[in-house]
Design a protein around this ligand. Structure first.
Ligand code: ATP
Ligand code: MG
Length: 222
């Protein structure tokens, strides 16, 4: 499933103020690519991920996923697409605080219609894959930052998406834990064939990427 960005522009309106967050971004990300997005704070990185992941619509231009223009999809079709094709790892984790590690990982599977039993079975595998075999029943507040991030990686994999979108997945972690997270993501790319699109300030991650996109003031600057 290739992803094509064609002249993607995003303008936010705040009262009378206009913020041009993205200015005519064009790029092609082929299935199985590992793309890094770098750039200063406020340069449009998260906005771009939101466009690719069908969380928001461009002001002009379009995003094609598997040859289809997703800007034209209904809200319902977009949420279906998100659930089936994209795994999200957000800036700052976004785990549900009152749910255990296992329950967090089960959420997208239950939303996709999997039985409780099957969701739990797969949840066990996913959490074990990221080294959290002994943490199924822990709440996020009872986990370290790196462990929470690994839960969020396991959750992003729940419905076996073709594309993983990660927004600074190692932002708040020490270098050893970051290395561990990078290795998990590299494995998903190399062995699992996943397309990975990762926003990062970390050169170690960017070095692994097959495509490096640099944003500055809403434009591609490389
Ligand atoms: N909902 C919104 N309404 C208005 N302006 C917004 C909104 N979201 C983002 N912006 C503005 O758009 C620009 C790009 O924001 P974005 O979140 O994409 O930056 P970023 O590159 O992810 O930054 P960071 O590295 O700090 O996360 C910023 O100037 C921001 O203030
Ligand atoms: Mg951001």
């Amino acid at each position: 499933m290739d992803i094509e960005l064609v002249n993607v522009t995003k303008v936010y309106h705040l009262g009378k103020q206009e913020v041009k967050a993205l200015r005519s971004i064009s790029s092609t990300i082929r299935a199985g690519n590992f793309m890094s997005i770098m750039g200063p704070s406020g340069s449009g990185k998260t906005t771009l991920l939101n466009m690719i992941g069908a969380l928001d619509r461009p002001t002009s231009g379009y995003v094609r996923v598997g040859g289809k223009d997703i800007s034209e999809f209904s809200d319902r079709s977009r949420s279906k697409l998100r659930l089936s094709s994209f795994g999200f790892i957000f800036q700052g984790f976004y785990l549900l605080q009152n749910l255990t590690a296992m329950e967090n990982v089960m959420v997208p599977m239950r939303e996709a219609g999997l039985s409780r039993w099957d969701a739990m079975k797969r949840g066990k595998e996913l959490l074990s894959d990221v080294g959290l075999r002994n943490r199924f029943g822990h709440l996020p507040s009872q986990l370290s930052g790196g462990e929470q991030q690994r839960v969020s990686i396991a959750r992003s994999m729940a419905n076996d998406p073709a594309v993983i979108l990660a927004d600074e997945p190692t932002g708040e972690l020490d270098s050893e834990t970051s290395q561990n997270i990078i290795n998990i993501m590299r494995g998903l790319n190399r062995n699992g064939g996943k397309t990975i699109i990762v926003v990062t300030h970390d050169n170690e991650i960017a070095k692994r990427a097959s495509i490096r996109l640099r944003l500055k003031d809403g434009r591609i600057s490389n």
